[in-house]
Design a protein around this ligand. Structure first.
Ligand SMILES: C[S@@+](CC[C@H](N)C(=O)[O-])C[C@H]1O[C@@H](n2cnc3c(N)ncnc32)[C@H](O)[C@@H]1O
Length: 430
């Protein structure tokens, strides 16, 4: 109508998208990596996407704290979509120091924009203001967020209470960016301003856009957590050795072993993920034969000097980077993964030449996907023995009973931690 102004408020797009991500994780049990591929999310400007992802990630790391602060102000728990708006607001204001007035007003508008949450806009306003007043100055002293029972119970049994709390603290802190560099570590440390780590990785401090950093376009380094860089280092490939990388995509370990001079065959079941390996190899100007196949059915008769099996697993070692995982998953499917890992080990064993070497690893914290799997393998395959050498920078205290290494997120805490991983190197008798 002429003269009428549109009074609808302009919503903060990153905040609105962050609320949608939280809803997708908590109600549809989708992972952040999937939700951020949606058309809606991809339509945002790159800086809005980055901001939204940061907000959602930070909220997921602090849901426990937020819920503790909100509970006294809620007579009964509202629908999760409403709760997520409250959680995000509290984390942004109390945890990230955003101005309360602007955030509350905007979240009230976001609440009003959906039919489902519209009736609760008054509640958002009132509860957020009270909860923020309660936690101001006390947020960092609030207890750390606990893992959900499906994961906490088996981990507590494996590691004990104190360790679980240390792991949970590490999860809340998030993860720095680590690089694997192909040239001189000290030179890259001064060029990019990072800290060289004992295993040869480079840890970066504050970074903007990764792809804008010096050396990215030329493929001089790639992003890889320090813990994830140890399995290939443990395989200790020497120039000219033939190497089979089973479960290779997206190719972090393939690149490492190709850079060491190995003659690489990279195998993965997923054609689309294998495209990422090809892109990564092209950028880093490294070479590997790429095979898209199921290792359980691969008919190729070749044997290799060195074989690495980085088997699919619960990925519970990567929660620092993927705080959505404890909410998106519920523990179902882990026994199937354990069975698949056993089958993969059995399918891989014959690929190792007599006198050759094998590394098995998973990015899991659950011993059934690591220590137990390796122990059973060594019992089944008497022609394999544990390699007793210590990979560069590895702490001997991390050696496990059966001869592998248990890496945990609470290790190197003064440096910013590491992902959880299990790895073992074994040698086949000649
Ligand atoms: C943990 S990821 C591998 C990460 C990779 N090694 C790296 O360092 O970048 C596990 C991979 O196993 C692959 N995979 C799952 N089942 C497989 C199978 N039966 N045969 C071959 N690859 C499989 C998945 O497609 C996935 O890419």
């Amino acid at each position: 109508m002429a003269g009428q102004t549109n009074k609808r408020p302009v919503l903060n797009l990153p905040r609105q998208a962050a609320v949608r991500i939280l809803n997708g994780v908590m109600t549809e049990h989708k992972q952040l990596s999937e939700l951020t591929q949606s058309d809606d999310f991809q339509a945002l400007a790159p800086e809005d996407r980055a901001r939204s992802q940061r907000l959602a990630t930070h909220t997921l790391r602090h849901v426990g704290r937020a819920d503790r602060a909100l509970r006294p102000h809620l007579a009964k728990l509202p629908a999760v979509e409403v709760l997520n708006i409250l959680r995000l607001g509290l984390v942004e204001i109390a945890g990230l120091g955003a101005p309360a007035h602007a955030v509350v007003n905007d979240l009230v508008s976001i609440c009003a924009a959906s039919n489902q949450t519209r009736p609760y806009k008054g509640l958002i306003n009132a509860v957020l203001r009270k909860a923020v007043a309660d936690v101001t100055g006390k947020w960092d002293k609030s207890p750390v967020q606990m893992l959900p029972k499906w994961l906490r119970n088996p981990l507590r049994e494996a590691y004990g209470n104190g360790t679980i709390m240390a792991i949970e603290t590490a999860h809340m802190r998030g993860a720095p960016v680590d690089l694997t560099v192909t040239g001189d570590l000290a030179t890259w440390a001064s060029t990019l301003g990072g800290t060289p780590l004992a295993n040869g990785s480079l840890r970066l401090g504050e970074i903007g856009q990764i792809s804008a950093l010096e050396g990215f376009a030329e493929g001089k380094w790639w992003v890889q957590d320090a813990a994830a860089a140890w399995p290939a280092a443990a395989l200790a490939v020497t120039p000219g050795e033939t190497v089979l990388d089973v479960c290779a995509a997206p190719g972090g370990k393939t690149m490492q072993m190709a850079a060491q001079g190995g003659v690489l065959t990279a195998l993965d079941i997923s054609a689309s993920r294998m495209e990422r390996v090809a892109e990564n190899l092209a950028r880093t100007q490294l070479a590997a034969e790429l095979v898209v196949a199921n290792i359980l059915e691969w008919q190729d008769p070749r044997q290799f000097d060195a074989v690495l099996l980085d088997a699919p697993c619960s990925a519970t070692g990567t929660i620092r980077r993927h705080p959505d995982l404890p909410f998106a998953k519920d523990g179902t499917g882990i026994s199937e993964l354990i069975e698949l890992q056993t089958q993969m080990l059995n399918a891989t064993v014959g690929r190792v030449k007599p006198g050759g070497k094998l590394v098995f690893c998973t990015c899991s914290l659950i011993p059934d996907e690591g220590e137990v799997q390796a122990e059973n393998f060594l019992r089944r395959h008497k022609d394999f023995t544990v390699d007793t050498s210590l990979p560069q920078g590895m702490d001997p205290a991390w050696r496990t009973e059966e001869g592998g290494f248990r890496l945990r997120p609470d290790y190197w805490s003064e440096l910013g931690g590491m992902d959880g991983f299990y790895l073992i190197r074994m040698n086949r008798r000649g």
